[in-house]
Design a protein around this ligand. Structure first.
Ligand SMILES: [Zn+2]
Length: 371
């Protein structure tokens, strides 16, 4: 098998890291990728999304082979301006004042390097697509607004999970947000409190009755925000809380949503208050079986590069959730990044190179077929 050009991959990654790309301001990093792709015979298409773009790269391949898609995101979390990547021994870090941005520029560098090797060594391959979403870090914005009609792949390998190469996220939760607004009755707190209904007291009672924290192995519930009242001398007329429920099981998610609703309604009623409840699904969960083609392709590809697959459950969402919801089978893979979303973020050079090898191995496995 052809091999990754280690020094070129490191230099591409460091160049990407130096380009500031906060969410919705990915323009410069996108320009860099478009120019790189143009030099290695890969077509790119910028698809407007908000005030930024989702970027789709495509490489034509041999007819009769299923297309395959790789995905990551172009934005980074703050502090991410003027990142100065530093190579120390076998690691790349930031200078300690910013994040590094290996989340998710390591993935972008791996994709570009693999496509570069294919171009240079004229490797046989099927069609390859690369989708780089924008504003992922602040709510999966790019992918949520992306029309899957732009792509032809039915399998997607998302490279956006921390840890050494080898982790495969095969389960991720559904995520529901709920806002409870309690309306009581205002009254003077000192003169005639008995004429009022304190919305803060009612909400407090609701909250203490709702199970929260880790509910079971696959379900969590968190009361995240609370507000209410206007002054100490007024019996509080309104109070509000926002909570989230996550579960790998959609059935359990619905079950806990009902518990919250029933508890809120019953408690409000007995206190002569009213409650309005708004639920919104943030994203859907997924479960990928170990016998599915996507998992078999991965385990075979990992074997080729000497990596042992480790199947994991995630407690969070990623672009992977949105692909699966849209009918594109997708897994989230670790891409070597460590201590992400902190100024001590780093990536080992070995993982960077292995990630590039994994992209090549997946393209090779899809081309040759499973055996
Ligand atoms: Zn990420």
């Amino acid at each position: 098998m052809s091999s990754i050009n280690r020094e070129r991959l490191i230099s591409t990654f460091m160049e990407l890291a130096r380009i500031s790309s906060p969410s919705w301001e990915e323009g410069k990093v996108i320009d860099f990728i478009v120019a790189y792709a143009g030099n290695i015979g890969v077509r790119s298409k910028k698809i407007p999304c908000g005030k930024s773009y989702n970027l789709l790269l495509s490489l034509k391949g041999e007819a009769g082979i299923d297309p395959v898609l790789f995905s990551g995101h172009t934005d980074t979390v703050t502090p991410c301006m003027n990142v100065k990547p530093v190579r120390v021994g076998n690691r790349i870090t930031s200078d300690g004042t910013t994040i590094l941005g290996s989340d998710d520029k390591s993935a972008i560098a791996m994709f570009l390097e693999a496509l570069h090797v294919i171009h240079e060594d004229r490797l046989p391959h099927g069609p390859v697509e690369v989708l780089l979403s924008c504003a992922e870090e602040i709510g999966l914005n790019g992918i949520k607004q992306f029309d899957m009609k732009h792509i032809s792949s039915k399998l997607a390998f998302v490279f956006d999970c921390s840890g050494p190469i080898g982790k495969i996220i095969v389960k991720a939760p559904y995520h529901l947000n709920m806002t409870l607004t309690v309306r009581g009755k205002a009254a003077h707190a000192g003169i005639e409190p008995e004429k009022g209904v304190n919305a803060i007291n009612v909400l407090s009672e609701i909250i203490t009755k709702i199970p929260s924290g880790r509910i079971d192995e696959e379900t969590t519930l968190n009361i995240g925000m609370i507000s209410g009242g206007r002054a100490t001398n007024i019996v509080a007329e309104e109070s509000k809380c926002v909570l989230e429920i996550r579960s790998i099981s959609n059935k359990k998610l619905k079950q806990y949503e009902k518990i919250v609703r029933d508890t809120a309604k019953n408690t409000a009623r007995t206190n002569k208050a009213k409650v309005s409840i708004v639920s919104a699904l943030d994203y859907s969960g997924f479960t990928i079986r170990e016998t599915e083609p996507i998992t078999l392709i991965l385990s075979s590809s990992m074997r080729k590069i000497g990596v042992k697959p480790e199947y994991c459950i995630s407690g969070g969402g990623s672009d992977t959730n949105v692909f699966n919801k849209s009918g594109v089978r997708a897994v989230n893979l670790s891409c070597g990044m460590q201590n992400v979303h902190t100024t001590s973020e780093y990536i080992s050079i070995q993982d960077l190179v292995r990630g590039g090898e994994l992209v090549l191995a997946i393209i090779d496995t899809v081309y040759k077929g499973l055996r």
